[in-house]
Design a protein around this ligand. Sequence first.
Ligand SMILES: Cc1cc2nc3c(=O)[nH]c(=O)nc-3n(C[C@H](O)[C@H](O)[C@H](O)COP(=O)(O)OP(=O)(O)OC[C@H]3O[C@@H](n4cnc5c(N)ncnc54)[C@H](O)[C@@H]3O)c2cc1C
Length: 485
Amino acid sequence: MGAGVCLRRRGLSKLAQSSRKSVTVAGGGVAGMSAACALAEAGLRVELVERRGYLGGRASSYLHPGVNEVIDNCQHVLFGCCTNLVGFYRRIGVADRIYWTSEMTMIEPGGRRSQLGPSWLPAPLHGLPKLMAAHAFSLADKLALARAFTALMRPVPANSTESLEAWLRRNGQTQGAIERFWRLVIASALNADIDSIAMPYAAKVIRELFMNSAFAGSMGMSTLPLSDLYAGVTPYIEQRGGSVHLNAHLESATWDEDGAQWTIRTRNWELASDFLVVALPFEATAKLIPQMPRAEGAEVLAAQIERHEHWPICSVHLWFDREITELDHAVLLDREIHWLYNQSRLQRGRGGHYIELVVSATRAFAGLPREEAIRKALTELGEFFPRVRDAKLEKAALVKEVFATFGVPPGIDSSRPSALSPWPNCFLAGDWTATGWPSTMESAARSGHLAAETICRSTGEPQAFLNPDLKPEGLMRWVRVGNRK
Ligand SMILES: Cc1cc2nc3c(=O)[nH]c(=O)nc-3n(C[C@H](O)[C@H](O)[C@H](O)COP(=O)(O)OP(=O)(O)OC[C@H]3O[C@@H](n4cnc5c(N)ncnc54)[C@H](O)[C@@H]3O)c2cc1C
């Protein structure tokens, strides 16, 4: 008897004994985990089904065989405004494992540093004194940035089809402001070129990170490898009567109209439940559609997915024989490497001198062979931190995530479906669904909470899981900028 039959029998007999509704959540990324935990809290019996042998999806850690170290697939940062991600961390008891900082150090080749961060001034002026003192920007750059921030006090229509690049041109941004602020800080947060970013998304990021309040823009980093952060997910679900199934690739799903039940199939077993949440990336959702029952609207969904595009992120992981910087993290200007994370300092207790460099939205870097990419990163790092030249590189790893994030070009919102799917009792989640957020862990957590709310509503027992946005502070309280759904 296959494991699937056992699972099916166990599932059905439990259901028969109880009136408790059951739900299968396919996909153990942040979207699936946050939906699963919220639904377990709501009293549903949850079966979380994940293709890989660990949870976390695109935000996870694993033992890298080449260096024999547990590494994150890439440093993941969150911000104070990521209320749903923080809500998910709170639910599984790890919110205190995030290290928060409001300071951002920008470094020019040669080592000159500028500090961005809040002051005593009320929002949105809190960042102004440090911006005005920053060596990284000329006076013309600073005036251009001040002009842009002032312009962003006015609403940007949610349906604007203007790109960030066109908006920057229209708002007289200098080359320095574009390269060192808009391209490096904003486009890299959205992981795309400035001509491929819809203005409403750029405006949202600027307001949250630099205008609404000092806390909204503070940056959070896990002090644990990412998958360790989710160690509480399985016990959370199990204590509430559910299960987590790893190494379980959902291959197809059928809907029994009479019994009002979904049955999902993996290679070895099948599982029945009242509800199904498809919390997969868009490309995996597209592959699943032909393996789902025929439904009106399925073709529209497939066409929406076709309009999505991936952007890559690469990370270079370096272990030195000595400390090369006392900084926890930094923004590196004018070179291909963009962000530095001092993992030995951020993930205390891991020892060694481990530095991670992140290169966002650069298809050229993603195309380099391993040795060349590492050599390039190392050479550039030496331009910012002279100690690199004397240090011995003990080992190195390159992680290329070619399908890291989806882009948010103008018009993308019409291709982001809501939690409602074309199938009965089946709901969609995933960072790419309609959350109003770009491809981030916050978007994933939001989508999970939205799917959980939609299911609870459909059972006639509505529950609120969506964590409210942070309220703007200071002068921002009187500015009408809430222009996105
Ligand atoms: C390199 C990199 C850097 C990033 N940096 C940041 C950052 O700094 N800050 C930030 O907020 N975001 C960042 N992101 C984006 C963030 O990781 C994603 O937006 C988020 O993790 C998406 O979560 P998700 O649950 O929607 O999708 P995923 O994480 O892709 O989860 C989907 C899950 O479904 C599983 N799956 C797929 N097919 C099947 C199947 N058929 N059956 C069962 N399971 C299946 C997958 O294995 C995966 O675990 C980064 C992403 C990458 C790759």
